[in-house]
Design a protein around this ligand. Structure first.
Ligand SMILES: Cc1cc2nc3c(=O)[nH]c(=O)nc-3n(C[C@H](O)[C@H](O)[C@H](O)COP(=O)(O)O)c2cc1C
Length: 352
């Protein structure tokens, strides 16, 4: 029997298959990006980038705007990060007045600048403090409360103790990114640990990490027994992925099979939909190059496409390169080897 808040959380999710969550990704998953994903099917639940909660922080206005205008009217989870209990409670208090499916607390951010202040994944090294924060949030938050965690800081030896903390906190769901903070975004995801969380916790568990195709989604759902799947970098590369997962779970058949030309069209949509007002062409080229870090790899055998994109310095140049590699009807294979999703050359990804 779930608690009333957990029942409220699960009632908003689809029945008969794992619920699909967008992973929060700072400087990527803003409202314009949500709108792009929505054109291609989109997740069941939107997730905001994190709201900072510290003594002098104010709630980010763009994030608040996103919460109030979710594409398709689909439910939204807002994430907060911090460790100062009064500041967290203030942010939580304001956010729970919005129309949210849940409030999520970030225990996963591995950025050194965050962890040094003992926030994000830094809290994994301070279990007593983590427990105290969760207890305070649980007392004050009347809407569903969730956590997004990693499996440990440098190793997963304390994962069972961590699960005990989450079990005692009365969470309404736990997302597990199946890596330690030290593993950042590289290497295999520890799906066995996600499975352990799903078996042990009294609330739904959401599996996260390297779900980059419908086939992998089905495998992860089976292997972990998770109630939900969360997708990040995979949906930047392949916005059709949510539709493809739904198809696979509906009747085992994948009908949506985009071509490279479809991918080229998507890149055009991304450019136009995500360009902030007043952004110069140069700034938008730089921003698109970050997206292309995830999209352009393993399209041609020699990885000439990402190399050329890195040298593009105008809109014309950028799209001429896209046309050169993508203006054909060949099938687009989204399932690159997982290591290609982690781009060591992209500091924003590695420092998150
Ligand atoms: C650019 C970028 C920004 C991210 N920002 C956040 C964030 O704000 N909050 C968070 O909990 N996780 C954040 N993450 C982690 C993702 O939510 C997710 O856990 C991780 O990318 C693994 O999932 P994936 O393999 O599907 O990408 C970020 C990841 C990336 C690549």
């Amino acid at each position: 029997m779930y608690s009333p808040t957990t029942t409220r959380f699960t009632a908003a999710l689809p029945a008969g298959r794992p619920a699909l969550f967008l992973a929060p990704m700072r400087e990527v998953t803003d409202l314009p990006f949500w709108r792009v994903l929505h054109r291609y099917g989109g997740p069941d639940v939107w997730f905001t980038e994190y709201f900072r909660a510290h003594a002098t922080a104010r709630l980010d206005r763009d994030l608040l705007h996103a919460i109030r205008h979710p594409p398709g009217g689909r439910p939204v989870i807002a994430q907060i990060i911090g460790r100062d209990i009064p500041a967290l409670l203030r942010a939580a208090e304001a956010l729970q007045r919005e129309n949210l499916l849940a409030l999520d607390f970030n225990v996963g951010c591995p950025a050194p600048v965050v962890c040094r202040k003992h926030a994000g994944a830094g809290l994994l090294r301070r279990p007593a403090e983590l427990a105290a924060i969760l207890a305070a949030l649980r007392r004050h938050v009347s809407i569903p409360l969730t956590v997004k965690t990693r499996v440990g800081f440098t190793d997963s030896g304390g994962f069972d103790d961590l699960l005990n903390i989450y079990a005692a906190a009365g969470l309404d769901a736990l997302t597990v990114h199946g890596r330690t903070a030290s593993e950042m975004y590289r290497g295999a995801t520890h799906y066995d640990l996600i499975a352990r969380a799903a078996r042990t916790l009294p609330c739904p568990v959401i599996a996260n990490g390297n779900i980059i195709s419908a086939g992998i989604a089905a495998r992860v759902a089976k292997e972990t027994g998770a109630a939900g799947l969360m997708l990040g970098r995979g949906c930047i590369r392949n916005p059709w992925i949510f539709t493809q997962i739904r198809e696979l779970f509906a009747d085992g058949h994948l009908r949506t099979r985009p071509t490279l030309r479809d991918l080229r069209e998507y890149i055009g949509v991304l450019w136009h939909e995500t360009k902030p007002a007043g952004f110069t062409e140069k700034l938008q080229v730089a921003r698109m190059k970050k997206h292309l870090n995830f999209i352009a790899q393993k399209i041609d055998a020699d990885d000439e496409f990402p190399r050329q994109i890195r040298r593009a310095d105008s809109e014309l140049d950028f799209f001429q390169i896209c046309d050169k590699f993508l203006d054909r009807d060949a099938p687009f294979d989204s399932e690159t080897p997982e290591q290609h999703l982690t781009n060591p050359g992209n500091p924003r990804v590695d420092c998150y």
